[in-house]
Design a protein around this ligand. Structure first.
Ligand code: F6R
Length: 366
């Protein structure tokens, strides 16, 4: 069942080009963003939407954080993102025109299911589930559904489920933009072109595995690690830190790089490797100056940068070049190396990669 791979997690990381292609197959065949991708009633539901609230847990919550950037920049819809177990227990202000989006690989996560029920009890009836498991509880309780087609995910740590959630959420943003008259033909074709090229770029990122395996040696013997990103790459830093802590038990934290000097910089020394996600986007120069702050404190930097970021290796600065900037889909591409880094650090530590201690694949309890 594992083929050439040592663990399900490794297999599932490498299945991502296929999983992403399958998830957007219908969209690519249609060659336009259509509400029908989200169910028969979607056009009528989307018509009513004035804002979005995304509810999820864990890695799925990080997919939601990433989606906020797309939904606000492409669809111009105010978007809030909340951890399901928080939302369900607090008093919030219901808005019947808000689209409630739940994201869940398993479709059975109790916290997310209860958050959805809570929203509905408050009179929020516009609901969309993004889910990987057909006919599971959360999509059954939702009006609209988009199924990611990652296939069965066996490793406890979510990998291909996350990147397929991202592609589904990008599709949602573009579809809403189109329905709202905010997507011209040219931009639509450019988004479709980016989606078509995505699997190829992800394959290139997977080919970085030997270099990442080398890097992992600098993490396996450490107690702590810090992940930095800015803008839409900040949630990917969060995901990288979660992957590392879950499967290698190395304490990892993620910060938006601009927050460094507001506290976490105090932790930086040569014993704490700092991973930076630094593709050539509008924030790159800001990220570079944040990196200087780390370097000046003796921190060792591990930078994922694309060919256009123009980084050179130097003492204490290691660089892996990710495939050329793929524009709006860059967060999906930059997820691949942080997944592999966590995997190889865990391998070196000899932890149970597919079944980390204390964790379950589907969390159906509170
Ligand atoms: C992390 C991980 C968990 C899940 C979370 C939500 O690698 O797998 O954080 O993402 O438990 O699970 P789903 O998406 O099934 O609702």
């Amino acid at each position: 069942e594992l083929g050439p791979y040592s663990h399900f997690m490794q297999k599932e990381i490498h299945e991502q080009p296929r999983a992403l292609t399958d998830t957007i197959e219908a969209l690519i065949d249609d060659n336009h963003f259509s509400p029908a991708l989200f169910g028969k009633a979607a056009a009528a539901v989307f018509e009513q939407v004035d804002s979005i609230l995304i509810l999820a847990a864990g890695t799925s919550y990080y997919a939601a954080l990433t989606a906020k950037y797309w939904l606000e920049s492409i669809a111009k819809l105010p978007t809030n993102v909340e951890i399901a177990s928080e939302y369900r227990y607090r008093e919030s202000v219901p808005n019947p025109r808000q689209l409630i989006v739940t994201i869940s690989q398993s479709g059975e996560t109790l916290d997310t299911m209860e958050a959805l029920k809570h929203a509905k009890a408050l009179g929020q009836h516009l609901t969309l589930a993004i889910c990987n498991v057909q006919e599971s509880a959360i999509p059954r309780a939702s009006e609209l559904v988009f199924y990611t087609r990652a296939g069965a995910e066996i490793g406890v740590a979510s990998t291909k489920a996350f990147t397929t959630q991202l592609v589904a959420l990008f599709t949602l943003a573009a579809t809403l933009a189109k329905q709202r008259g905010l997507l011209d033909k040219e931009t639509e074709q450019s988004h479709l072109g980016a989606l078509r090229q995505l699997a190829g770029s992800v394959q290139h990122a997977l080919n970085l595995e030997p270099q990442i395996r080398e890097w992992a040696k600098s993490f396996a013997n450490k107690q702590h690690a810090l992940f930095l990103g800015r803008g839409i790459h900040y949630p990917i830093a969060l995901e990288g830190a979660l992957k590392l802590k879950e499967i290698s038990y190395i304490h990892a934290e993620a910060y938006p790089a601009g927050e460094l000097k507001h506290g976490p910089l105090a932790l930086v020394d040569s014993a704490m490797p700092v991973v930076v996600i630094a593709p050539n986007d509008a924030l790159l120069e800001k990220v570079k100056s944040n990196m200087q702050e780390v370097k000046a404190r003796g921190g060792e930097l591990f930078v994922f940068a694309d060919a256009d970021s123009h980084f050179t290796e130097s003492e204490g600065v290691h660089v892996i070049r990710t495939p050329r900037h793929v524009g709006v889909l860059s967060p999906i591409l930059h997820t691949i190396p942080v997944q592999m880094l966590a995997y190889h650090a865990a391998l070196l530590k000899g932890t149970d990669v597919d079944k980390p201690r204390n964790l379950a694949k589907s969390v159906t309890v509170e």
